[in-house]
Ligand binder design. Structure first.
Ligand code: PMP
Length: 283
């Protein structure tokens, strides 16, 4: 496998970063994960726009023009011959003597890009069975709108989910409403057939998959409400699903051990999964 590291394409075995990289010491960086499908990158303009925003919020300089970053990401996908999978991009503030505040002298942000193949059959099998979710109290910092590599709460939540035999953990805020998953956005479909998800400016990451799906609703004649929902409402809903670039639309069939709907993947979730790429940008 080949990785891009600070200007060079290297065999992964030879690829390394400085031990004083602030990403390593402080998780002082941001990232993006894009889907690769048929060798094409999915929804790059939205991912690059979100990256730019995350960098701006952390006051990390753009390491190179976004168009150049896009070229690097395509090149890493090509060199690894990824047809179906993901490409990962990480930008950190760079290398400096360890000190919490920003380095006094400007440092060059560090860029790493990797790509890997995923077995499409695995995703299809997950989607065919549906996944289980558990709920956990929200314990992340309030700036989850920034796609930061500081993911320790998410790491712990995912592990709790796995140990409970579930695939994803949904965070629940102090008011009792679901925010999002540890690595996905959360959705339900009401018995009246309305799709519900929380507003992107209220304690969640503005998912690219979420945005593309929302733009598709009109063409697909799907009714939609942007509002928070509780785990109890989810348990009584007709359907539930999660979205993420690496999952597209993944049906949820149980929440905290309670089946949702008839306990099988919902018809609308299945339809949205099938239709999604009609509305995606391929590059
Ligand atoms: N929320 C969180 C916390 C995530 O980590 C992700 C996946 N990166 C998402 C939502 C979904 O975002 P996207 O559709 O852009 O992959």
């Amino acid at each position: 496998r080949i990785a891009y590291v600070n200007g060079r394409y290297l065999d992964m075995r030879d690829a390394s970063v400085n031990i004083e990289d602030r990403g390593y010491q402080f998780a002082d960086g941001v990232y993006e994960v894009c889907e690769v499908r048929g060798g094409k990158l999915i929804d790059m303009p939205r991912h690059l726009a979100r990256l730019q925003r995350s960098l701006g919020e952390l006051r990390i300089k753009e390491p190179m023009p976004l168009a150049a970053l896009s070229v690097v990401m395509h090149e890493v996908v090509r060199r690894n011959r990824v047809s179906h999978g993901i490409v990962y991009l990480q930008v950190t503030r760079g290398v400096a003597r360890r000190d919490h505040g920003f380095p006094a002298a400007p440092v060059k942000p560090a860029v790493v890009v990797t790509a890997r193949s995923l077995d499409p059959a695995k995703g299809q099998a997950n989607a065919a069975h549906g996944i289980k979710v558990i709920t956990l109290p929200e314990n992340r910092w309030p700036r989850v709108d920034i796609k930061s590599t500081a993911l320790l709460p998410n790491v712990l939540a995912k592990q709790v989910a796995r140990e409970a035999g579930a695939y994803e953990a949904w965070y629940v805020d102090r008011d009792g409403y679901v925010t999002e998953g540890s690595s996905s956005n959360a959705w339900i479909v009401t018995k009246e057939g309305r799709v519900v998800t929380r507003s992107a400016d209220a304690g969640i990451l503005a998912g690219v998959t979420r945005a593309v799906l929302m733009d598709a609703f009109e063409a697909l004649q799907v009714r939609f409400e942007e509002r928070p929902f509780t785990p109890a409402e989810a348990a009584g809903a007709a359907e539930a699903f999660v979205t993420a670039s690496s999952q597209i639309v993944m049906p949820v069939v149980a929440i905290d051990g309670q089946p949702i709907g008839d306990g099988k993947p919902g018809a609308l979730a299945k339809r949205l999964r099938e239709q999604f790429h009609r509305f995606a940008v391929f590059s």
